[in-house]
Design a protein around this ligand. Structure first.
Ligand code: FAD
Length: 690
């Protein structure tokens, strides 16, 4: 294999490092292969790893720690970007840390010449992300206490805070707001403003960029930092493993971890470890040519996975071959795509986000979100590696000008490889260090789906109802195609007899690494949710589920049919469903007739078809028409459920419900809104929105 100059430098650095480590004899002693990344370590599973943040900072010589609370990877990405920028612009010794990996009762011992950053996403109904639950409970707890007993407790702590939220949710950015409040109360000193990014307005990235510059200025002042000319320093070293081929058994070809590589995957299955589940059956739900919606039944019977009606299933997608190829070509990786490499963190606190040794192909196909929106900051970083001066100037402009970036890149939904192709006029980008790509491109994330089956009816078969993501964009020839849903479509086509499915010209490695997923399998895990039927089945329920928002509602209705069959008294179930046209995208039409037969007047379906009449009719309009009945049901303590589009529908339904209560009960709207709020607080009003 040919090594370019950077590879040689990096290789030399690693060899030196390795020698140093060997002589100290403490880092490599336990691993057989000094280049193999321990993925267990990457997931924080390594035994004996310290949970003491002060100790960790001391032993690794860090003076800036960036904690993240992340659900979908964005907060984690922002944390990494802050770490990188702090290092390259100000020479800060930064480290990124998963909140889950540390204890917090000695935050008071972090000296005042250091800084702690918090990048915190708010999840669902104002909740902390899974990895931040313990921290959140600790820091906002009534009886929070620290080891030293200082007064005020966090008087030495300097911190910076940024939140990721969505203003279409009621508790906008409540995570960062509440943590900020708690830290202030404990006497900690915030540097700069507590930033807030808004996914609802689609401005997350720009909010982040707008927040960080004044923050760095404030931090610079506070800590007396000198800004230097930012030079790119790779965080990861890439080493070609000439002695290995992609057939070598220790080489990861997309297997998510060691157990999968060894062919002995076992539970617990979770966000670090998927279950490779057989798909029992799948079929199309729409009656139109150019739009698809899949119903898919995932068989979890051979695993120890369980679910409850209303939970979510996560699907681990792989990237389409055509986009992997595009990426390989433009970055001049095509010739070496199957070469085996090891990736090693050059920094003891950085984590390699996938297991190695592996191939470029496997990394790009299975582990990188290469189709996703590109960050403006990353474009600016890549300018330094442009194939010529004109391209460099253009990339610098794109990176620096928000409106220009939006107009040229965002509007067309360009992914990274397309950006490089278009703005480099087809020239290969041979100079981009692979480390920069690992740092700048997110980890490929599982996609969540609201389970559309009932666990009492089919405890071991989980159903998914997924609309295949396609967007026709002006000024772009090929439509934008979603990653996971087109992958599922390919799986479904294969299952239904297409030998080599290429939906919309896209092909997927659906048989998985080393053909381990042969026989129509999909990697999944289950995430438990709070979206749950009332424990008393006789309570009435009102379900608002337009489009694929009907998914969990189908589970609820089927559950009630089963309960009725079992002789339980089942309360009124009223489902509001909406779609474009009755004969096109009316999901589960037949099943609602069966529900009617099984439940009689205990079940009612109310439909809203938006493209049938002259006026667009949506579920919220139908809800309003039923004001009196809805109010009566609420007075009988009906539970109210909303699933689907968070941006518009869920918000309008909330507004309409408050109007109904106000009108029907003759009370002011403000009072009615208060009632709706209380319903939410007591779980009588539940949302599952995205
Ligand atoms: P992706 O490739 O992830 O694209 C999704 C969107 O991101 C695009 O439409 C576009 O707006 C944007 N985007 C992506 N790439 C770019 C780019 N380069 N430039 C600009 N914009 C870009 N969906 C269902 O169909 N049914 C369900 O029951 C369901 N339940 C859900 C439950 C939860 C809790 C959550 C969080 C989501 C749920 N979803 C559901 C949505 C689902 O998780 C996926 O987001 C959806 O299927 C699209 O995934 P994808 O990989 O096909 O699309």
């Amino acid at each position: 294999a040919e090594l370019d100059t950077l590879d040689v430098i990096v290789l030399a650095a690693i060899l030196l490092g390795t020698v140093a480590y060997f002589t100290k004899g403490k880092y490599w002693g336990v691993t057989k292969d000094p280049y193999a990344t321990s993925f267990a370590n990457a997931n924080g599973l390594k035994a004996g790893k310290t949970r003491n943040i002060v100790e960790k900072m001391e032993e690794s010589g860090k003076n800036c720690i960036i904690f993240y609370g992340s659900q979908t990877g964005t907060a984690e990405d922002y944390a990494s970007r802050l770490a990188k920028e702090g290092k390259s612009r100000f020479g800060l010794e930064t480290m990124v840390a998963d909140l889950e990996d540390f204890d917090y009762d000695n935050l008071d011992e972090i000296p005042s010449d250091k800084v702690v950053m918090f990048v915190l996403a708010t999840y669902g109904e104002g909740e902390p992300t899974d990895n931040a639950v313990d921290f959140y409970e600790f820091i906002t707890g009534e009886d929070v206490s620290f080891s030293s007993g200082n007064e005020p407790a966090l008087g030495n702590l300097n911190y910076v805070a940024f939140g990721l939220g969505n203003n279409t949710y009621e508790h906008y950015n409540s995570m960062v707001r509440n943590v900020n409040k708690a830290l202030e109360k404990l006497g900690a000193h915030r540097i700069g403003e507590a930033g807030e990014g808004d996914d609802g307005a689609g401005t997350m990235e720009e909010d982040f960029l707008a927040w960080k510059d004044p923050m760095w200025a404030a931090l610079q002042k506070k800590m007396g930092l000198e800004e230097r000319e930012a030079v790119y320093e790779p965080i990861f070293g890439i080493v070609e493993r000439g002695n290995l081929t992609k057939e070598s058994p220790e080489v990861y070809l997309g297997e998510p971890n060691k157990m999968h590589l060894d062919g002995t995957p076992k539970g617990p299955f979770n966000a670090h470890n998927p279950y490779i589940a057989p798909i029992a059956k799948s079929y199309e739900l729409f009656n139109v040519k150019d739009r698809n919606c899949l119903h898919m039944e995932v068989d979890i019977s051979a695993s120890n996975l369980t679910y409850q009606t209303g939970d979510h299933i996560a699907v681990w997608p792989t990237n389409p071959g055509e986009e992997v190829d595009r990426f390989m070509e433009i970055l001049d990786l095509a010739d070496k795509r199957h070469n085996v490499i090891s990736v090693k963190a050059l920094e003891p606190t950085a984590k390699v986000p996938f297991p190695t040794p592996t191939t470029y192909d496997a990394i790009v196909r299975y582990h990188m979100e290469i189709c996703a929106p590109v960050s403006r900051q990353f474009i600016a970083t890549l300018a330094a590696f442009a194939p010529d001066e004109t391209t460099k100037a253009e990339m610098t402009k794109l990176g620096g000008d928000k409106d220009y970036f939006h107009e040229k890149i965002n509007v067309h939904h360009l992914n990274i490889a397309r950006v490089l192709q278009i703005f480099g006029k087809g020239k290969k980008w041979s100079n981009v260090p692979f480390s920069a790509l690992i740092e700048g491109i997110n980890k490929l994330q599982p996609r969540y789906y609201s389970i559309s089956s009932s666990s009492i009816e089919q405890p071991k078969l989980v159903s998914i109802t997924a609309v295949v993501e396609t967007q026709h964009l002006p000024g772009r020839e090929d439509p934008f195609r979603g990653v996971a849903t087109n992958y599922l479509l390919a799986l479904s086509e294969k299952q239904n007899g297409v030998a080599n499915p290429t939906p919309f010209g896209l092909s997927y490695e659906i048989t998985g690494p080393r053909n381990k997923y042969t026989g129509i399998h999909v990697p999944v895990h289950i995430r438990h949710s709070n979206f749950k039927l009332p424990s008393d089945p006789s309570k009435p329920i009102i379900l608002i589920g337009p489009g694929t928002g009907v998914a969990p509602m189908r589970g609820f209705v089927r559950e009630r049919i089963k309960q009725a069959e079992n002789g339980e008294a089942v309360g009124k179930t009223i489902l509001f469903f909406g779609c474009r046209k009755r004969n096109e995208d009316f999901l589960y039409e037949k099943e609602w007739e069966e529900a009617k037969e099984a439940l009689g007047d205990k079940f009612e379906l109310v439909t809203a078809f938006s493209r049938e009449g002259n006026k667009k009719v949506y579920v919220q309009h139908r809800l309003k028409e039923r004001s009196q009945e809805i109010n009566e049901l609420l007075e009988k303590k009906a539970y109210f459920y909303v699933c689907g589009d968070a941006a518009n529908m869920a918000r309008e339904v909330n507004t309409v419900l408050a109007q109904i209560i106000s009108e029907q009960r003759g009370i002011p709207e403000a009072k009615a809104e208060e009632i709706v709020k209380n319903m939410r607080a007591s779980n009588q009003y539940q949302e599952d929105v995205w």
